[in-house]
Design a protein around this ligand. Structure first.
Ligand code: HEC
Ligand code: HEC
Ligand code: HEC
Ligand code: HEC
Length: 129
């Protein structure tokens, strides 16, 4: 399903980009496909970024922080950074102070909530063998 909608949306995006060529600069959407890894790299996770962007809002996953270290909501002006530039051992909240914890809270909580797709939260959905 994801693959089909990807191809279809790529075609639409291409047509749109022709239509508005030169008129506006698209925001940086990052890579379409990613393999995420901690520094140790023990369990790489595949992440079809574009397929998620097509269904979700940037704000469902991206946010920033203010000078006091508090989370601030995503806006189009936000400079998007790697999760572990904030979710690292300097973060006070020990439930979120590394990439695995932040990613599992974001990715797994949403996957677990998709009751019509019980396999979505299995380890090997993200950590292919
Ligand atoms: C389902 C969650 C999710 C959604 C929705 C999402 N992203 Fe991402 N995005 C990520 C993750 C995870 C990364 C990888 C971060 C990392 O490597 O630490 C990423 C990386 C990026 C990067 C590269 C950042 C870097 O420094 O390498 C950009 C740019 C980006 N996203 C833009 C967007 C935009 C714009 C949208 C909305 C159109 C969006 N993303 C929607 C999860 C998401
Ligand atoms: C600029 C700093 C920064 C970046 C980059 C960042 N976060 Fe966060 N994040 C925070 C802060 C600050 C909090 C609040 C921590 C607390 O409540 O103690 C937070 C909270 C969270 C939470 C719990 C609250 C919620 O919104 O569900 C999750 C999950 C999370 N981040 C995941 C991610 C993921 C995944 C990425 C990368 C796509 C990311 N964060 C990138 C700073 C950041
Ligand atoms: C807010 C909800 C949400 C978040 C956050 C989210 N996902 Fe997903 N993800 C989905 C949904 C829904 C699907 C299924 C889409 C479909 O079947 O059409 C999916 C599909 C996938 C798939 C493809 C599964 C398959 O077999 O087709 C992978 C891999 C995946 N997500 C990894 C991740 C990772 C890694 C993260 C965190 C960086 C993440 N997702 C964050 C909702 C989410
Ligand atoms: C929805 C996607 C998703 C699911 C499901 C998921 N993970 Fe992850 N997991 C990630 C992401 C993203 C990371 C951070 C990047 C990386 O190292 O893979 C991660 C990191 C990890 C790490 C840290 C790896 C390291 O190098 O330190 C372990 C261990 C891990 N996951 C185990 C599991 C196990 C066990 C399950 C099943 C019970 C599971 N994960 C299910 C997405 C997922």
């Amino acid at each position: 399903m994801i693959k089909k909608s990807l191809i279809c949306c790529t075609a639409v995006a291409f047509a749109l980009s022709l239509a508005v060529a030169g008129a506006s600069l698209a925001a940086d959407k990052g890579p379409a496909e990613m393999v995420m890894k901690t520094a140790e790299g023990k369990k790489p996770a595949k992440f079809p970024h574009k397929a998620h962007q097509d269904k979700l809002k940037c704000a469902d996953c991206h946010h920033g922080k203010d000078a006091a270290g508090k989370q601030v909501a995503y806006t189009d002006a936000l400079k998007i950074e790697k999760c572990d530039s904030c979710h690292n051992d300097k973060m006070a909240n020990t439930n979120l102070n590394d990439l695995k914890k932040a990613a599992h809270k974001n990715c797994k909580d949403c996957h677990a909530s998709q009751k019509d797709k019980p396999n979505l939260n299995k380890c090997n959905t993200c950590h292919a063998k």
